[in-house]
Design a protein around this ligand. Structure first.
Ligand code: A2P
Length: 320
């Protein structure tokens, strides 16, 4: 039985499915099966990025599901992201075209600037200072204008950003001809970012919550020794037990009650189904309030991998 689909409006006539499948960290050999399983369960939103290095396998799975009639293209929402080494205007279209080729799609529903950090072309991840480009050298409007052209060409339906601080988002919102419809940011009870939610709500910008479960499968170099665990938090456990649901379902339901889109990653069929069913749950105002007390302003993905080795970027500046 396929659950009813929750969605949020991106315009008066377009909506985005509220639960999407996250594909960061989903490895080759498993990601295609996860996409196929998810689409069969009823997911209609797949969140991708070129840097996840798995778009070809995702594309094959999507193609088979489209060809087999599991889903129609117009009922599927596919997001992808422009990597940091393609922010100069001349690199934007070729980067999108590679992504479309990998995903085997004619158009994307949403294309996002992945980070407000620039790398030199062809450098996937810089090892030294010469691999970075300072933020001022490529003004965001250079990248954005190139993306706007791709909307006009029909290659992308909507454009947005990820990991933009309020300061950057406000500046973009003021300057953009085609307004951003999305900021995809890390969001969970330990990092609630209420001012960002308030700003986006008042400017018709949707928010996608990434790492909603605290990304326990992050690579070791993105983990710190004394980090709090979301899935093992005693308050989360207590409420989940009372409701006879899993802690993960509770975290996803909390995100949906805040009207944020949420993209849990899973490659496990049982968890894919359970996560999708989280959209049917209702939390009481008291349960929401209790979870709201857990905020620690703690980032699991803190951007520290962009600093050091002569990089012009610091975490303070990225999030300021
Ligand atoms: P798996 O892919 O084996 O299901 P995030 O979306 O915050 O990045 O978290 C992804 C991590 O959470 C993965 O390790 C994933 O493992 C795990 N996960 C996904 N769904 C659930 C769930 N319902 N219960 C527990 N762990 C989950």
């Amino acid at each position: 039985m396929v659950s009813p689909m929750k969605s949020f409006n991106v315009t008066d006539s377009d909506s985005i499915p509220a639960i999407g499948l996250g594909t960061w960290k989903a490895k080759s050999g498993t990601v295609g099966k996860a996409v196929t399983t998810a689409l069969n369960i009823g997911y209609r939103h797949i969140d991708c990025a070129s840097i996840y290095n798995n778009q070809k396998e995702i594309g094959n799975a999507i193609t088979k599901c489209l060809d087999g009639g599991t889903v129609k293209r117009e009922n599927l929402w596919v997001t992808s992201k422009l990597w940091n080494n393609a922010h100069a205007a001349r690199h934007v279209r070729p980067a999108l075209e590679r992504t479309l080729k990998d995903l085997n799609l004619q158009y994307l529903d949403l294309y996002l600037i992945h980070w407000p950090v620039h790398f030199r072309a062809n450098i996937t991840f810089p090892k030294g200072a010469d691999g970075f480009i300072a933020e001022e050298e490529i003004p965001v409007m250079e990248t954005w204008t190139a993306m706007e052209k791709l909307v006009k060409k029909g290659l992308i339906r909507f454009i947005g950003v990820c990991n933009f601080s309020l300061r950057r988002l406000k500046k973009l919102q003021e300057q953009a001809h085609i307004k951003p419809v999305m900021n995809q940011i890390e969001l969970h009870p330990y990092l609630q970012q209420q001012p960002m939610l308030d700003y986006c709500e008042s400017h018709d910008i949707q928010i996608t919550a990434y790492s909603p479960l605290g990304s326990p499968d992050r690579p070791a170099n993105l983990k710190k020794a004394d980090e709090p665990s979301l899935l093992q938090n005693p308050v989360i456990w207590k409420i989940a037990r009372e409701k006879a649901i899993s802690p993960a379902q509770l975290l996803l339901s909390w995100a949906l009650h805040r009207k944020t889109i949420v993209i849990p990653k899973s490659v496990n069929p049982t968890r894919l189904r359970k996560n999708f069913e989280a959209q049917e749950l209702t939390l009481s105002p008291e349960q929401m309030e209790l979870i709201n007390t857990l905020d620690l302003n703690h980032r699991f993905i803190d951007g520290s991998f962009f600093q050091g080795s002569g990089s012009p970027y610091t975490t303070e500046d990225i999030w300021a």
